[in-house]
Write a protein that binds this ligand. Structure first.
Ligand code: FAD
Length: 352
């Protein structure tokens, strides 16, 4: 089969790698609109399902060498009082760059500065030239142009949950206290939290989540916005000087009305293009890896006309479950009740 993939993100690169490595009879080519891999996102929490998928894609040895184990999830309130501590199993911190480089296959299988265009009639072209592929994959992210053409009524909308994400290099004595942990400080009245994910060697990714309806938006001064929202919380003083604000991302959670199928004819959506997931789930990258493994298996296991339908039958159910669990986490964040905020890892990834 000839497989053309739009987008060299997590899902597109992972599928391309699997096909290049394992398929004598199938060929893949990626079209990426940018001239290089995108570093948006800094880093990820690899959950048990993503870990298991990544091992299948790049091999267990490479995965072991590159990951920083996360052993505990610690949740404090803004007075510094520990609310909950949970043991994590098969959870790791990984830089986005590191992950994308692991997923990179031959340069020759990627056309940079290129896009596949899909017409209303689902004809596929690149630079005006017709593309004849057996399978076209839209792995073009949260604002997927492929989804826009296939399912125009399912476009991404901004949610009121916003996030700033950046790097921090913590001094040794502070880093030691938060190493191998996912740490979160949450405001008892809801709508504000600060978190750290350790990546080893005193390096961390920090984030602040807030309710935009309650706290508004940063103009362009991220550092002063951060200070305004958190200045009363002395527990965060130990981090302030070490948070880097030069390459901060302002991310807005996006939602779509969930799709009832992920394909139309021979065009199939994967990753965020098929199912954008809220930040509370920590599952966007993890399910993108899972999607790639599943689509690769289906390419070999079922006739090409059935791939899209089987993909949705299997993955669509898991995604619905993740969405429903994320809705609970979001509601606990905005309107905290008795239940503490916990990432889905603590449920032992029951959707795996
Ligand atoms: C700050 C931040 C932190 C995150 N943290 C986590 C986390 O801890 N855990 C987790 O699981 N997920 C996390 N995510 C979500 C995760 O990044 C995404 O869910 C994941 O990258 C989805 O992979 P994807 O391949 O579907 O899309 P992407 O990785 O976004 O890749 C899409 C690719 O398509 C390309 N593209 C777009 N349009 C076109 C076009 N017209 N033509 C050609 N190419 C195109 C883009 O340039 C990009 O390279 C985070 C996201 C952000 C922004």
């Amino acid at each position: 089969m000839e497989i053309f993939i739009n987008g060299a993100g997590v899902a597109g690169l992972a599928l391309n790698k699997l096909i290049q490595k394992n398929s004598a009879t199938h060929r893949a080519m990626i079209f990426e609109k940018n001239s290089q891999l995108s570093t948006n996102g800094f880093g990820f929490v690899l959950m048990p399902n993503g870990y298991s998928a990544l091992k299948k894609i790049v091999g267990a040895d490479i995965v072991r060498e590159n990951l920083h184990p996360l052993k505990y999830y610690m949740n404090y309130n803004f007075e510094g009082k520990l609310q909950s501590k949970n043991t994590l199993t098969n959870c790791y911190g990984i830089y986005r760059n590191q992950l994308l480089n692991m997923l990179m296959e031959k340069e020759a299988s990627i056309k940079w500065n290129s896009s596949l265009e899909i017409s209303e009639q689902h004809e596929v072209t690149c630079n005006g030239q017709a593309i004849n592929a057996d399978l076209v994959i839209g792995a073009d992210g949260i604002n997927s142009p492929t989804r826009r053409k296939l399912f125009p009524n399912h476009q991404a909308k901004n949610d009121r949950c916003h996030e700033l994400v950046g790097f921090a290099k913590l001094p040794k004595f502070i880093a030691a206290q938060y190493d191998h942990q996912l740490t979160k400080f949450t405001h008892q009245q809801g709508g504000l939290s600060f978190g750290l994910m350790s990546l080893g060697d005193q390096n961390f990714i920090w984030y602040m989540q807030w309710d935009q309806q309650k706290y508004g938006e940063p103009a362009d001064q991220f550092a002063s916005f951060f200070d305004d929202l958190t200045k009363d919380f002395r527990i965060l003083d130990q981090f302030r000087l070490h948070l880097k604000f030069d390459h901060v991302h302002h991310c807005i959670n996006k939602t779509i009305t969930p799709l009832e199928q992920y394909h139309a004819e021979h065009i199939l959506l994967m990753g965020d293009a098929a199912h954008p997931l809220p930040t509370f789930s920590s599952q966007g990258m993890n399910t993108a890896l899972e999607d790639a493994v599943l689509v690769h298996e289906l390419i070999h296991a079922v006739p090409k006309a059935k791939i899209g339908q089987r993909f949705y039958e299997i993955q669509g159910i898991k995604i619905k479950k993740i969405l429903s669990e994320s809705a609970t986490l979001r509601s606990n964040f905005l309107y905290p009740a008795e239940r503490m905020l916990m990432p889905l890892a603590h449920k032992k990834a029951s959707y795996v």
